[in-house]
Structure formats: structure tokens, C-alpha cells
Design a protein around this ligand. Structure first.
Ligand code: GLU
Length: 495
């Protein structure tokens, strides 16, 4: 296929809900195609369904696209010479096309009522044949049709599908997909209320906006012949097509809410790293080569080719997504990681609203960078490192109840107190205490960790002590000793 025209592609969401994972992937492939070819990526809002549109949906679509880093050259909140980019503002051009279609005869008025069509459908069902509209008003004269219309008789505009025409879609992903116009009925292009239908306006806008490649979900393949016929009626060159495969859930069926979140917004609020989700969306049907899972935007653009998108359904593999999230988090530079997790720490009340991603905080969160998969996991894991004293969880409490813990904590506190700061080698201190008390390293580390962090998991103890600083480490050890002392007294009294 030759690419003689400038590359202009579009993403055309309807603002009737949050951006879906599938929509985000379609947007991403369009963006990547445009960016890898020096082309234009435009955003067109298909807001003709006034009952279902909402400003919140539109906002969430724009926000989600920005979050993924999919910037558009033309569209809402951007410039462009092919606007308006909201279909609701393009009515004049649709009316002009309707008038042209009626004059040229590729649209005609159909007065068949919904009841009539239902009877036909019923008959077909009874006869166990496929229902096909019989185009009963196709040959009504224009004069008569206009006269009936003028009298107020309810009608739709149907597209006069030519007979016996081959419609071959040269799809960049699926190869040649052959249809014949005989498979396409005279479809409704304009509803009785004068609103044009999706297939009609999509083709009108794609042609008016000089779209060179239509890259969209496989579910639209059935619409493509209808849209091609509009191009032909208008005497225009058709765009090239690429229909991307369906996304399948873990159950092998089309991705749906049953098997997980389908709205991008849910992943954003749950703290998925944008780069990981971007990378993951790419892998839903596309691959750079046979072996590389993790790649940057630059690497994607250097390798992007519609031919590398697969025909078969793309599995939404949640385990892989989580693996990628962890991998991307580990690659982050400390300041960006801190900035990314800061809102979650603020939300959890661990740091004040006006906290900044300063060096201390960086040191603290860096100790957990290897350990989390989602930004939102950090507050729960790191809670013990904030404030003066940690809360002891069940395991920590158990560890602190073991025999001889007071001696351990006392010895470690003494060593910390006596040490220069920062401590050169905390594990040497632990080792020394273990030797002194004739205990295994674990018997020392466990209660110390419990006393310092309130939990048994977490970063290296040496890091913990360094992050807490001398005074706070000491205070935690000493106060823990007091708590242990009190509870021993309590149990003595109870006993
Ligand atoms: N508004 C349509 C949709 O959301 C656009 C389809 C297309 O890309 O042609 O599915």
C-alpha cells in the first residue's frame, strides 16, 4: 500500500462514559502511528447522542488521554484547520450532505414504519430466514417522496446501496477483506428526527478532515463497507484501514467488567504507573519483536508498524500488567517516584498537604521502591516509618512478646545511643548484640524491626535506622521497652 497522502489519523470517542481500555489502546495506536510517521493525530468528539453525552465523560476522556501522554494536534483544547471537532457543531455540513445525497439520489426517503418492519422481521423469523429490508421505497419518485415529506409524513433517509459492487478493504492488519454491496442493505443514514447516524457522519467527517488511515476496533469492520460507499457516492478517495483485534478478558471472552476494571480512570485512581499502563496497552495486540516486553515510548515509535499488530484477540493479562508496573516503578528516578507517590501519602494523612518531595522523603520512599507494584500500596507499607511511634501489627506484637526481647532492645538502644551518626554499619551492631547475648541474628533482628517499624516486613534494617535518624530510632526502641515492661506488669497482675 502506498502512502501518498500526509498521515492524518483520528481517535473518535463518544463522550458517554469513561475512556475504556479498548478505546485507550485505539487512541494509543493512532497516536503512535501519527508520531512515528510525522503525521497528525486528531481527536474528534462524536457527541451526537445528546441523551447520553456528559461533560464529565468528555473531561475524563481528555484527562485519561493526557495521563497516558497521548497528545493530540487537533481537537478540543487544541488548534486545527479542520474543525469543529465536536460532531454536535458540524450539523450544517451534515445537512448539506443530506441535501446533496437526496438531489444526487444516493439517499432516498423511506416511509416504512417501525411496525411494518417489525411485521417483516417476524415473518422472517417464522420462516427461519435472515431478515433483510426489502427497500420498498427505493423506487418512489423524488417528487412523490418530497410531497409526502412536506405533508409531514414520518421518514428516514436511507442510503441507496448499489447492486453488485465489490467492496475490498485493504486492511493493514487483516489483509484484504472482501465484501459485496449485495450483503449491505439500504441502511438508515438519517433518523426521522433529522439526526444522521454514526456510519454517515463518520464517513463525512473522516473525508472532511482528510483522514488518511482509519485505525479502530475490529468491531467496526462491519461498518466499513457502508462508510466506503459514502466515500464512493461523494466521489472521494477512501482512507486506508487498520482494524485492531478485540481485547479478551482472562475468561477468553471480550473484556468486560466481569473480569476486571475496564475504565482507564479506575487504573489511574488505583495508582497504576502511567508508563506501565502505556507499555501494557501497546502489548495488547502489538509487539516490537518476539522477545521484548518492556519498552519506552521512543522505542515504540522507532519500531511502530501497523503490520506488527496481530489479527487474533489480545489477552488482557492482569499478572503481566502487575509485573510491568513493578518493573516500571523500579526504573523510576527517585525524584519522579517520590512525586508520584506523594499524593497517596497526603491522602493517607501520613504527610501534610503541603509536603514536598524533599530529600528526606525521597530517602524514605526509595527504601520501598523495590517493594511495590502500585503507587497506592506505599502508604500501607511505609506507614510505620512516619510519625514518632509506629503502631505494632499482630506479628510485631508477637515478636515483641518473645522471651529476652527487653535485653535485646536495651542492648541495641545502648549501641545506637553510643554510636556516631550516621551509623556506619548497623548490621555489625546487630551482630555484636547477638554475640553478647548469645542469640542468633534473627532473634535480634525480628524484635528490633518490630520495635522500629511496627511490622516484620520492609526495607533493610540499616536503611530503616538511617531513615528514622538517631533520635527517632532511639525513642522507638526505648518507648517499646516501656510498653513491653507495662504489658509484663499487666500480665503479672492478671496472673
Ligand atoms: N465513536 C465511535 C466509537 O466510539 C468511533 C468509531 C470509529 O472510530 O469510527 O466507537
Amino acid at each position: 500500500m502506498t502512502e501518498s497522502r500526509p498521515v492524518r489519523v483520528r481517535f473518535a470517542p463518544s463522550p458517554t462514559g469513561m475512556l475504556h481500555i479498548g478505546g485507550a489502546r485505539t487512541a494509543l495506536f493512532n497516536w503512535a502511528f501519527a508520531r512515528s510517521r510525522g503525521g497528525t493525530f486528531l481527536l474528534r468528539i462524536e457527541d451526537t447522542d445528546t441523551e447520553r453525552n456528559s461533560v464529565e465523560s468528555l473531561q475524563s476522556i481528555l484527562d485519561s488521554m493526557r495521563w497516558l501522554g497521548l497528545d493530540w494536534n487537533e481537537g478540543p483544547e487544541a488548534d486545527g484547520n479542520f474543525g469543529p471537532y465536536f460532531q454536535s457543531e458540524r450539523v450544517e455540513s451534515y445537512n448539506a450532505a443530506m441535501a446533496r445525497g437526496l438531489t444526487e439520489g444516493w439517499l432516498y426517503r423511506c416511509f416504512a414504519t417501525a411496525e411494518e418492519l417489525e411485521v417483516q422481521r417476524e415473518e422472517a423469523r417464522a420462516a427461519k430466514t435472515n431478515w433483510r429490508f426489502d427497500a420498498r421505497f427505493r423506487d418512489l419518485s423524488q417528487e412523490e417522496a418530497e410531497a409526502r415529506h412536506a405533508k409531514g409524513e414520518r421518514n428516514v433517509l436511507r442510503f441507496r446501496v448499489p447492486e453488485g459492487e465489490d467492496i475490498v478493504i485493504k486492511d493493514h492488519i487483516r489483509g484484504e477483506v472482501k465484501f459485496t454491496s449485495n450483503d449491505v442493505e439500504d441502511w438508515v443514514a438519517v433518523r426521522p428526527n433529522g439526526m444522521p447516524t454514526y456510519n454517515f457522519v463518520c464517513a463525512l467527517d473522516d473525508s472532511a478532515m482528510e483522514i488518511s488511515h482509519v485505525i479502530r476496533g475490529e468491531e467496526h469492520l462491519v461498518n466499513t463497507p457502508k462508510q466506503i460507499l459514502v466515500y464512493r457516492a461523494l466521489g472521494l478517495a477512501e482512507p486506508e484501514y487498520a482494524h485492531v483485534p478485540l481485547i479478551l478478558g482472562q475468561d477468553g471472552k471480550k473484556l468486560s467488567k466481569r473480569t476486571g476494571d475496564t475504565a482507564l480512570g479506575d487504573y489511574i485512581s488505583k495508582g497504576y504507573p502511567a508508563d506501565a499502563l502505556f507499555n501494557f496497552l501497546c502489548l495488547l495486540g502489538f509487539s516490537i519483536d518476539d522477545k521484548t516486553d518492556v519498552f519506552t515510548r521512543e522505542e515504540l515509535l522507532a519500531a511502530f508498524d501497523l503490520k506488527r499488530i496481530s489479527k487474533g484477540g489480545a489477552l488482557f493479562d492482569t499478572d503481566k500488567l502487575h509485573w510491568l508496573c513493578g518493573d516500571w516503578i523500579r526504573r523510576m528516578q527517585s525524584p519522579s517516584f517520590t512525586a508520584a507517590v506523594l499524593p497517596y501519602l497526603i491522602d493517607a494523612g501520613l504527610v501534610p498537604e503541603d509536603a514536598s518531595a524533599d530529600a528526606n522523603l525521597q530517602l524514605l520512599v526509595a527504601a520501598f521502591q523495590e517493594r511495590i507494584t502500585l503507587y497506592s500500596e506505599l502508604p500501607a507499607q511505609a506507614a510505620g516509618m512516619f510519625g514518632e511511634m509506629p503502631e505494632y501489627d499482630g506479628k510485631a506484637q508477637k515478636a515483641l512478646r518473645a522471651d529476652g526481647v527487653s535485653d535485646v532492645l536495651e542492648a541495641v538502644a545502648k549501641a545506637v545511643d553510643a554510636s556516631a551518626w550516621p551509623m556506619e554499619d548497623f548490621s555489625a551492631t546487630v551482630k555484636a548484640v547477638a554475640g553478647e547475648l548469645d542469640l542468633g541474628m534473627g532473634k535480634v533482628m525480628k524484635p528490633v524491626r518490630a520495635a522500629l517499624t511496627g511490622t516484620l516486613g520492609g526495607p533493610e534494617l540499616a536503611d530503616v535506622v538511617r531513615i528514622l535518624g538517631k533520635q527517632r530510632s532511639l525513642k522507638r526502641l526505648q518507648e517499646c521497652l516501656t510498653v513491653i515492661g507495662e504489658s509484663l506488669e499487666d500480665s503479672a497482675q492478671e496472673g
